[in-house]
Ligand binder design. Structure first.
Ligand code: M6R
Length: 608
């Protein structure tokens, strides 16, 4: 999704700060990029394609200034062309604007502005904003008032940053789209936050300026910020708002690749550490208790989960945990939630979202609130919109995830959901069987990572026609997740199924060109049934890869085996999933795909 960066007070470093910020936002997915600088001079440079192309364009153009804004665009209105790239300008070229979100009334505004004589250069919804500002300036408004009035005419979702020629200030506003302000350190470099003089940054996400500061202020819907030699935040009524400065705890190093070829591979390998962070201080093995901040007193009679993509697969898993504990539970795709049955009694609605900014999930959570439900978010992102709008937040503590493919955050979600059930609805017998497995999970996962032969399996099947994944109970969401991971980064066709469903239709697709990955844990009735399904696909000549702890005889019928250690079936889901993440990664690598930035996809999907 689109990314915004802006800064003031960085002197000669302004342009490089902006471009670095855009590079740090690349993980969100984009198809064009641009910057605008103001202050002593005023200019815009933008281009379709990657930031390398923007750098090349900048080398041809002399651009300098003490205040600036930058943007990576993920197309919604109009294709990825130079003209549609942000920043957008007015007719006079004195205003530059970047925007994330969707302006719903842009067509009416554009028609009115065109009728009044404005000329549009792009097909975007965003371009109405600089023209609205232009009109206000022409009628004598000061730059801040002009931007404020223009923004007040917008309907829809927006995070906006604007600069005006001849003004050393940056203006920003948000509604339903994230914006965070970074407060720089003092000029002497003593390390203390300098609220009086900046420098200040504004971005859609913290990594854009994390290199320069860990001190942040989250802008709320309806708020307006002016950043220059000082910082002023005002509410919709124009009155100043006191904002708390928060400290981001993760290190900028955590957002580097640390020698790995791709963020995805780094993040897959970070999972043992991410799990330790998730569990730390929350599980007391001696006392066999789980204590999770902010949710300890919840005693839901029923749960509705809402989520998208990988987080939805975590929701399916979480719903099984609650059902097994006797609490009625249902997982909904967030984008379908509005047409679902309303929560009953004191049902809790739980939004699972790594970013905390997914528009579909936020919209479902708002719908739940309107229906009178208490809400909880399971998220990785402190200060995200989901955490601010929900009644409770359960943090998965996975650290920043840059690769578009969710990996360590899925593991964190499953671990946190275990903590959630153990802390709220599960009895001591269940706790004493699950807690030791959670304790061993980081080590078990490390052993999977150290011994996996997924790269060889991936090499053998990289050019297969289709890939199928089958599993039952806790392995069913993993089968869905394995297929999603493979298709999003390799662009190959993949499907996940509940193993028992194969014979009800999908079996017609199975041939010797379609490897089937069968997830088999334990040696109980569930495992035995999945082994039966393996035999069915083998009889149709499909190559079989068994992902198994070796307790059943699944390996006997498999062409390849990806092993996991024996553990509790709930924990095993995280281990089989690592093998599938590695398969997806290596298939995509064999095919030469741009693994961290798959085509058409965005890390944070902030439109519905
Ligand atoms: O930030 P969220 O967890 O709400 O994101 C939801 C999905 O967009 C996300 O899980 C997506 O499916 C993954 N990037 C796929 O790997």
């Amino acid at each position: 999704m689109c990314g915004i960066i802006g800064c003031v007070g960085r002197g000669d470093e302004t342009l490089e700060t902006l471009v670095h910020g855009l590079e740090s936002l690349e993980y969100r997915g984009y198809d064009s990029a641009g910057v605008a600088l103001g202050g002593d001079s005023f200019g815009v440079c933008k281009t379709s394609g990657e930031i390398e192309q923007l750098r090349a364009a900048l080398a041809e153009q002399s651009l300098s200034g003490s205040v600036g804004i930058g943007h990576t665009r993920w197309s919604t209105h109009g294709p990825p062309t130079d003209e549609n790239a942000h920043p957008h300008q007015d007719c006079t070229g004195e205003v530059a604007v970047v925007h994330n979100g969707i302006i719903e009334n842009y067509q009416e505004l554009r028609d009115d502005l065109t009728a009044a004589g404005h000329t549009f250069k792009s097909e975007t919804d965003t371009e109405v904003v600089p023209h609205l500002i232009e009109d206000e300036l022409a009628s004598g408004a000061a730059p801040e008032a002009a931007v404020r009035t223009a923004v007040s005419q917008l309907e829809g979702s927006y995070a906006i940053a604007a600069i005006v020629d001849g003004t050393d200030a940056l203006f920003a506003a948000r509604n339903d789209s994230p914006l965070v302000i970074g407060v720089g350190l003092d000029a002497e470099g003593t390390g203390s936050t300098n609220l009086a003089n900046g420098p200040y940054f504004i971005a859609s996400d913290v990594p854009a300026f994390r290199k320069y500061t860990a001190q942040v202020i989250y802008l709320e819907d309806g708020e307006f910020a002016r950043l220059d030699g000082s910082l002023t935040v005002t509410g919709a009524d124009g009155q100043p708002v006191e904002k708390a400065v928060e400290t981001i705890e993760w290190d900028p190093e955590e957002t580097g690749k640390s020698g790995y070829d791709h963020y995805m591979l780094k993040e897959i390998n970070e999972q043992p550490r991410a799990l330790r962070q998730c569990l730390r201080g929350r599980v007391d093995e001696l006392a066999s208790t789980v204590d999770v901040e902010s949710i300890g007193d919840l005693d839901p009679s029923g749960i509705q989960f809402v989520a998208c993509g990988t987080s939805y697969h975590a929701a399916l898993y979480g719903s099984q945990l609650f059902e097994q504990a006797g609490v009625p539970s249902q997982a909904y795709l967030a984008s379908e939630y509005a047409s679902s049955p309303p929560p009953i009694g004191d049902d809790l609605v739980v939004g699972i979202t790594q970013s905390g900014e997914t528009a579909d999930t936020l919209s479902a959570l708002r719908e739940a609130k309107q229906r009178g439900a208490e809400t909880l978010t399971v998220t990785n992102t402190v200060g995200s919109t989901a955490t601010r709008e929900c009644d409770h937040a359960l943090y998965i503590r996975s650290g920043p995830e840059i690769g578009v493919a969710a990996t360590k955050t899925f593991a964190g979600q499953l671990a946190a959901l275990n903590l959630f059930t153990l802390a709220t609805v599960e009895d001591s017998q269940r706790r004493s069987s699950v807690i030791p497995a959670l304790r061993d999970l980081p080590g078990d996962m490390q052993s999977v990572l150290d011994n996996s032969t997924a790269a060889e399996v991936a090499e053998e099947y990289a050019t297969a026609e289709s890939f199928f994944f089958i599993g039952r109970r806790y392995q069913y969401p993993v089968a869905l997740e394995g297929a999603l991971k493979l298709k999003e980064i390799s662009y190959e066709h993949a499907e996940g199924f509940a193993a028992g469903e194969l014979k009800h239709g999908p079996l017609a697709l199975v041939t010797d060109q379609t490897p089937v990955f069968a997830l088999v844990v334990g040696d109980g009735p569930i495992a035995r049934k999945t082994v039966g399904n393996i035999k069915e696909v083998q009889a149709r000549d499909a190559p079989v890869v068994a992902v198994t702890d070796g307790q059943s005889n699944a390996a006997t019928y498999a062409d390849h085996v990806l092993e996991i250690p024996e553990t509790n079936p709930r924990a095993a889901a995280l281990l089989t999933n690592v093998q599938l993440q590695l398969v997806a990664y290596h298939v995509a690598d064999n095919l030469g795909r741009p693994i961290d930035k798959p085509r058409n996809l965005a890390k944070s999907v902030t439109v519905e």
